[in-house]
Ligand binder design. Structure first.
Ligand SMILES: Cc1cc2nc3c(=O)[nH]c(=O)nc-3n(C[C@H](O)[C@H](O)[C@H](O)COP(=O)(O)OP(=O)(O)OC[C@H]3O[C@@H](n4cnc5c(N)ncnc54)[C@H](O)[C@@H]3O)c2cc1C
Length: 473
């Protein structure tokens, strides 16, 4: 069994993209087999040693950062065990990256549809956070694509969880938290719906219930072809009007950038039109029947909403598509750099609301933020197809940090009042506890604690994720 206690090695496990500081651990276990995972879990349970699971360390909420105890690094469990072309499934160990899965499925003409953005993330991390990607507008989140999971509980017990196996859920009523999750894209807290499978409880549970050691996901045939387009609109309202019509036209992706996002990106993309007040990146599937008239229809739709076709960036071949995709991916990277420059953790919302409430939420963002221009540089960008924008606030001065916290909380309260979620894709980790409490109340959090104790009686796994560890006492 590989164990490391060298401080420089430990240090490399104390960072993800949340910029959360102060993490510490006594050492790192690097299991090379499931049997070793079981051994570690049993030993830590017996000694009550906290254990924090680490994967690609790309999470944005400090979920993989330990505050005491040991780290369980999953990186040696990285085998892609089987790709079944006929069944359209992939069976893999948790440390296979999204990049590897994409490369290997491509060879067989298959695709892993949810496609979360950060390709160095491990599949295990994406299951634990129920990650989404830009194509989640069409294909849903990771949850919808997980067929089977093998999970090791802290007691060493192995759970084989299968999609649609209702018997697993009905065995024990204690397993489901006594609340209903909102009817929007969400990754906030334990899943709970009356028709759920037990596997749903573990997807998005942020490593608090068990260690995922084997994963089977569904795949689809790759598209015949696609085209991508970035349209620049004079105002935000024009972009939103466009999106409302575009939603009905079966796009794969609909992503939004506000004016400030474009300003930030201009340092790397000087060709962004001077007068652009917002932009929408969309991706559409082409079939052998689509033909050029389909492209024309989209051209007319953007012009109807005052975007100029001449200013739009079109991706038809692989190189152009990659350039547009890079533009989309540059946004989180640019804003993360801003946070680092200002030496602060991320102040970013991850809110989604129902379709009918999106404009109300957007107006609320704008009226609130316009009054706080002297306190923050802010951007709004992301998955507008699912009414899910990331509002990021970079405090201009250290004194503005508490105001950033208050402002995000104000957004969460508003979203919850509209039937939305405080986290649509990034999860809660260690930095968003108050938002989860706002969403489910004290009773909801107590329900989560109850479920956590049921599966992890020693309370050692991923302490501090979802709720403060003191609640486990
Ligand atoms: C530039 C950038 C863009 C991003 N874009 C998106 C996006 O579009 N959509 C999105 O959803 N996220 C996005 N993220 C966030 C991040 O990529 C996801 O949260 C991802 O799922 C984290 O995976 P990871 O392997 O890095 O996990 P880590 O950060 O290492 O861990 C995440 C959580 O999963 C737990 N965990 C990991 N492996 C296991 C396991 N085997 N068993 C149990 N628990 C486990 C960890 O303990 C931790 O709580 C982005 C991040 C960056 C840096």
């Amino acid at each position: 069994m590989l164990k490391k206690t060298d401080p420089t090695i430990i240090q490399s496990y104390l960072e993800d993209s949340s910029n959360l500081q102060g993490g510490h651990a006594e050492g790192v276990y690097l299991p090379e087999s499931e049997a070793e995972v079981i051994e570690i879990l049993k030993e830590c349970s017996q000694k009550k040693t906290p254990l924090t699971i680490s994967a690609g360390e790309t999470g944005t909420t400090g979920g993989c950062i330990p505050f005491g105890g040991w780290i369980l690094g999953t990186e040696k469990l990285n085998q892609l065990k089987n790709l079944d072309k006929d069944a359209k499934t992939a069976t893999l160990q948790p440390a296979v990256t999204l990049e590897t899965l994409e490369k290997e499925t491509k060879k067989l003409g298959l695709l892993y549809a949810p496609d979360p953005t950060e390709q160095t993330a491990f599949l295990g991390g994406t299951i634990a956070t129920n990650a989404s990607g830009s194509r989640s507008f069409r294909f849903g989140s990771t949850r919808e694509w997980v067929k089977r999971l093998k999970v090791i509980l802290s007691t060493g017990e192995i759970l084989e969880l299968k999609r649609n196996d209702k018997s697993q859920m009905t065995k024990d009523k204690l397993m489901r938290p006594n609340y209903q999750i909102p009817n929007v894209k969400t990754a906030a807290g334990y899943y709970s719906k009356s028709d759920m499978d037990l596997i749903d409880l573990f997807i998005g549970s942020e490593g608090t219930l068990g260690v995922v050691t084997e994963i089977e996901v569904g795949l689809i045939p790759r598209f015949f072809d696609t085209f991508d387009l970035i349209a620049f609109f004079p105002t935000e309202n024009d972009a939103v009007d466009f999106v409302e019509e575009a939603r009905k036209k079966a796009a794969l992706t609909l992503e939004f950038f506000d004016k400030n996002s474009l300003e930030l990106l201009r340092s790397s993309y000087p060709k962004i039109p001077e007068k652009a007040g917002s932009a929408v990146y969309f991706e559409c599937e082409l079939t052998p029947e689509s033909g050029l008239s389909y492209l024309d229809e989209w051209g007319k739709l953007i012009e109807k909403h005052r975007a100029k076709l001449d200013d739009a960036w079109l991706g038809m071949n692989d190189k152009q598509k990659q350039e547009l995709k890079d533009f989309r991916h540059a946004m989180p990277e640019h804003i993360n750099e801003e946070f680092k420059k200002h030496n602060t953790i991320k102040f970013a919302s991850d809110i989604a609301v129902p379709d009918s409430k999106f404009r109300e939420m957007l107006n609320f963002y704008d009226s609130t933020l316009n009054a706080l221009r002297s306190n923050f540089f802010f951007v709004k960008f992301g998955h507008i197809g699912q009414n899910h924008l990331h509002v990021n606030l970079v405090p201009r001065k250290p004194e503005d940090i508490p105001l950033a916290q208050e402002t995000i909380m104000k957004f969460v309260k508003k979203a919850v009042s509209l039937g939305g979620t405080c986290s649509a894709e990034h999860g809660i980790g260690k930095i968003k506890h108050p938002y989860l409490r706002e969403m489910y109340g004290g009773n909801g959090i107590r329900e989560m604690v109850r479920v956590k104790k049921h599966f992890d009686p020693a309370g050692i796994l991923n302490q501090g994720n979802l709720f403060p560890k003191d609640l486990l006492k």
